[in-house]
Ligand binder design. Sequence first.
Ligand code: SF4
Length: 425
Amino acid sequence: MNAVPRGEPLHIGIYGRRNVGKSSLLDLLTRQQGLAEPGAPVDGVGKPIELSPLGSVLFLDTTGIEDAGALGGAQAEHTMKAIERTQLAILVLAEQGLGSLEVGLLDAFEQREIPVVPVLDTSTAVKPDDATVDRLIHRGLKPVRVSASKGEGLADLREALVALAPDAYLNAPTMISDLVPPDGMAVLVVPIDKDAPKGRLILPHSQAVRDLLDHDAYAIVVKEPELRDALDGLKRRPALVVTDSQAFSRVAAYVAPDVAMTSFSILYARQKGDLLQFARGALAIDKLKPGDRIAMAEACSHHPVAQDLGRTQIPRWLGQYVGGPLEVEQAQGRYFIEEPGRYKLVIHCGSCMLNRREVLARIFECNRAGVPITNYGMAVAYSLGIFERALQPFPAVLDAYRQASRGSKRLQPMPAGSSAHGMKI
Ligand code: SF4
């Protein structure tokens, strides 16, 4: 628990039927009284606070469910989608106790291994009875009594949340710092062009710098045109070079083959998802034929830019790889594609805006539909013939990939000229 708080907030979902007191509880937790109408969701994103010693947490209020009989209908669907974002759940119970709806939610949390804190609202005239408490304890849960209107029980609730923070969050893989020793250095190649946001680095780049600094390593941040000068001027060999996917092959052609190199998107594939699964998913590119339908899934909406990676560049590189254009469908937004089984392959963005549970839930959906999934960085590296190079920093995954690729149609050659340009150090 003394670990450094993560950069990514812990997502805590507040569940319960309509008007059960979720918004009041959220107000109590965030000490921001009166921001929400009773019974209304706060917004679609959530409310961030600092919860020591966890660091930043994001409370997700969910639409209440009117139908007490079952999880069904549009509101319930909204709630179920929120579950995919949730890493720790609060289930608010009032006088209704444990009905079929609450049991359905508890089952959904259990299936996904989401820890849950049941909150018994003691503000109401009729309070949850002892039988409810017994049933919760029988399920291995420890209910906490809270009166949102009187402000009572808050300390107990905070303590329960800290105690139940999931290991998957506390011990989540770091982004980059385990690949660079203390006092070591990474070179980060970032695109700062006319499409880049003004006055700041985008999330993957700033997170990588922060992760390195947190672990007493450091970064040299360069744009691609300055990479050669930067490398030539170094007195020390970098432990790692990380590039944006768009410049992958050009950077790979200049960095010496014995210097570990990968992309920001591949770092996210490991930190937020499952690197091995994404590596296996990339093998499905070998089975694609011209005209096959694939999905490019992006977790947020943005205006396409010229030479957009998901819309233009990856489809082009894949088309060149498989020998003809593919049928490419774009899907954008917080919610994952419906019916992934319609596609031969799902290629996901780097997921900088998603938490690990959300990415794993998307992988789970694809597994259930029997569809391979990989991500942008992996697909770029595979289609450009630098896949093994991009996996060099992750030897266990590289070995597994090599084994899995033995029966594959094409093996990945290193790109011509990739070792022709050594890096001076
Ligand atoms: S969530 Fe995905 S599409 Fe949105 S900025 Fe991050 S990587 Fe790009």
